[in-house]
Design a protein around this ligand. Structure first.
Ligand code: HEM
Length: 395
């Protein structure tokens, strides 16, 4: 085991967020244990080439708000070695702002609110296919379908290829073997590139057109940059929503009182969305240290990687009293960091909140009292975006 000399022995702990058994059984509980084990808010794992792991809210906020010290030119551990670029997330301030601006208007709250009616109709169409079966794999039959369809419509990808695209998306988002995943990623990039080229010739009213006709710093965007936006939107906007809805619905399946409350009083959905994102956050973002410096007295060296998981921040007792408790009406604003904080805070947060709230409202309205099927345990996935691959429900 190669431990750098500046890392004290008491902070060393073998941990691999891509394969950890604890994360595969209960990611929130597992990170809570790690926070208790390292109350200083930081430890060092020698796995995957070695990296630091943040374990409290304060350190999370420091890292997220200090892009000069913690660069996002690498956001996955181990590093992808620059295999592909994701814009705007891989770009640090000050350049980041002009790249982010290209998407900002398209994801504004008024634009997103205009999509509400369509998303509600879509949620109901998906429920129509399931309701009479009295059982379903929620991930497969609802959670994955909704955001993929919303994404394709928003981008302007041809809906007659929805099934084909959905098939690719599922492999790209769930497959961990690069040999299987890479050819599918290439199909997705190829499909988006074709569509970008078509919009280059003939502009339409969709996000692909806005991207390919955008200007960055007064010059036309390049095709390589346009692809990097599309790839990020694909990776950031699908799997995240799938897992957030699955954790939320699983909580409702366990808490019948809250489930009934949602049925009778759907206005609680926005508060439910926030508390569920806090209690069941699931994204592990990565950063790379830009220069030698100390964080709470611990030396971090340039080019070291840091995992910045949201779970220990959102379950930190200093930030959230009785953090493991699900409290619909937490005192004060819910300062969770599920959508990150700082310059890279999630641009799709408004859209995600709408998709989540409508899912909880429509699901509870249409599906009678539902429970987890005790004979088919959920299958969880670890990695940069942790979540559920299977959630069997019955009603
Ligand atoms: C519950 C669902 C979602 C969660 C939990 C989530 C979470 C996050 C997080 C943690 C980041 C920060 C990444 C980093 O700093 O390394 C991020 C960034 C981003 N997200 Fe989301 N996201 C969600 C849904 C979406 C959706 C639906 C879209 C769009 C279709 C989207 C688009 C983006 C974009 C463009 C960024 C990059 C922002 C920047 O770098 O300035 N996200 N998201």
């Amino acid at each position: 085991m190669n431990i750098p000399a500046h890392v004290p022995a008491h902070l060393v702990y073998e941990f691999n967020h891509n394969t950890d058994e604890g994360l595969l059984s209960d990611p929130q509980q597992r990170f809570k244990e790690l926070s208790d084990k390292f109350p200083g808010g930081l430890f060092y794992s020698p796995c995957l080439g070695g990296f630091w792991v943040m374990t409290n809210y304060e350190n999370y906020a420091t890292v997220a708000n200090s892009p000069d010290l913690y660069s996002s030119r690498e956001v996955t551990i181990p590093s992808t070695g620059g295999m592909y670029r994701l814009i705007p997330v891989n770009i640090d301030p000050p350049d980041h702002a002009k790249y982010r601006q290209v998407l900002a208007k398209q994801f504004s709250p008024p634009r997103m609110r205009k999509m509400e009616d369509d998303i509600r109709v879509l949620a109901n169409q998906l429920i129509d296919n399931i309701v009479d079966k009295r059982a379903c794999n929620f991930v497969d039959e609802f959670a994955e379908q909704l955001p993929v369809t919303v994404f394709m419509r928003m981008m302007g990808l041809p809906l007659d290829r929805l099934e084909e695209f959905r098939g690719w998306a599922m492999v790209a988002l769930t497959e961990t073997d690069p040999k299987t995943r890479m050819p599918v990623m290439m199909n997705i990039i190829g499909f988006m590139t074709e569509s970008l080229q078509a919009r280059n010739t003939e502009r339409q009213d969709d996000l692909l057109s806005d991207i390919i006709h955008a200007e960055i710093d007064g010059r036309p965007i390049t095709m390589e940059e346009a692809q990097a936006y599309c790839l990020l939107l694909f990776l950031a906007g699908l799997d995240t929503v799938v897992n957030a809805t699955s954790f939320g619905i699983r909580h409702l399946a366990k808490d019948k009182t809250l489930q009934q409350q949602m049925r009778e009083n759907p206005e609680i959905a926005p508060a439910f969305v926030e508390e569920s994102l806090r209690r069941y956050s699931f994204v592990n973002i990565g950063r790379i240290v830009s220069k030698d410096h100390e964080l709470n007295g611990q030396l971090l060296k340039a080019d070291e990687m840091i995992l910045v998981p949201q779970i220990p921040a959102n379950l930190d007792e200093q930030a959230f009293e009785n953090a493991l408790e699900f409290q619909l009406n937490r005192k004060g604003p819910n300062r969770h960091v599920a959508f990150n904080t700082g310059p890279h805070n999630c641009l799709g947060a408004h859209l995600a909140r709408i998709e989540l709230a409508l899912t909880y409202q429509e699901w509870c309205k249409r599906i009678p009292e539902f429970s987890e099927d005790p004979t088919v345990p959920p299958v969880l996935a670890a990695g940069p975006v942790m979540g559920m691959r299977n959630l069997q429900l019955t009603w």
